[in-house]
Design a protein around this ligand. Structure first.
Ligand code: ADP
Ligand code: MG
Length: 254
């Protein structure tokens, strides 16, 4: 089996009195696609946000490529990393948001060039070359000089994916990447994500697109109430779930 890329162990997270993650374990291997499904409020976004330390965990730990996220181990104890070390870790963890989050004042090309130059210290020339190659890969070679507001939602999300790839992430996290799109634009974004899956990009995708999960996922994880209720190959979790909660959820979304 391939190496473990993301490891989540016993993660708890509360907002005030509300316990949102109640002991989550998740293992993602290099080159695999994990699709997380589950009802609204079950903690899916919070889980993704703990994986790149946008949220601090209350208990448990997360590691990416063998490195503890947000912490280091010292004498058996976990010590928090400094903000600048967290930022450095985060450059290797790509995040694609529901609402794209492109820089509106930068062209498409500049959106892709900015972080590699500032965070990875790439030369402008090299960053531009990579950016053009990635835009070509997501089918937007012709839009390099456009501003995000000129593009459709589907195009903007493809730019966001290319921008995440420009940082050569060890893992790409997607939080409902097609939920903000008009239905006719969903397919073009899922096609890009499916292509990345075929080329071995390690990904964790939160989505309600069950057809996509069935086709692309190596593992489907069903979350409810802050825990992983069940996980396994799509054929098992989606077509033959063991838990009543999974069945009840699927009967609503399918
Ligand atoms: P999902 O992505 O599965 O819909 P979330 O992880 O977004 O679930 O949210 C889980 C629960 O945590 C929800 O009840 C939500 O209202 C709550 N929550 C999320 N973020 C915050 C926050 N920053 N402060 C307080 N409550 C939050
Ligand atoms: Mg969410």
């Amino acid at each position: 089996m391939s190496q473990v890329m993301v490891d989540v162990r016993g993660v708890h997270k509360s907002y005030g009195p509300l316990e949102v993650l109640r002991g989550v374990d998740l293992t993602v291997r290099a080159g695999e696609v994990t699709v997380i499904v589950g009802p609204s409020g079950s903690g899916k976004s919070t889980l993704l946000r703990t994986i790149n330390h946008l949220e601090k965990v209350d208990r448990g730990w997360v590691s990416v490529d063998g490195e503890l996220i947000g912490y280091r181990r010292h004498g058996g104890k976990l010590h928090e990393l400094k903000e600048k070390d967290v930022l450095k870790q985060r450059t290797h963890i790509g995040f694609v948001f529901q609402d794209f989050n492109l820089f509106p004042h930068l062209t498409v090309l500049e959106n892709l060039v900015e972080a590699p130059v500032s965070a990875l210290r790439r030369s402008r020339e090299e960053a531009e070359r990579t950016a053009r190659r990635l835009l070509d890969r997501v089918g937007l070679a012709g839009q390099a000089d456009s501003y995000p507001r000129r593009l459709s939602g589907g195009q903007q999300q493809r730019v966001a994916i290319a921008r995440a790839l420009a940082l050569e992430p060890k893992v790409l996290l997607f939080d409902e990447p097609t939920s903000a799109l008009d239905p006719e634009l969903v397919g073009e974004v899922l096609d890009v994500v499916g292509d990345l899956a075929r080329t071995g990009t390690t990904m964790i995708v939160v989505t309600h697109e069950i057809g996509f999960a069935r086709e692309v996922a190596d593992t489907v994880v069903f979350m409810d109430g802050g825990v992983v209720v069940e996980q396994g190959p799509p054929g098992t979790v989606l077509d033959n779930p063991r838990h009543e909660r999974t069945r009840a959820f699927l009967s609503k979304v399918l």
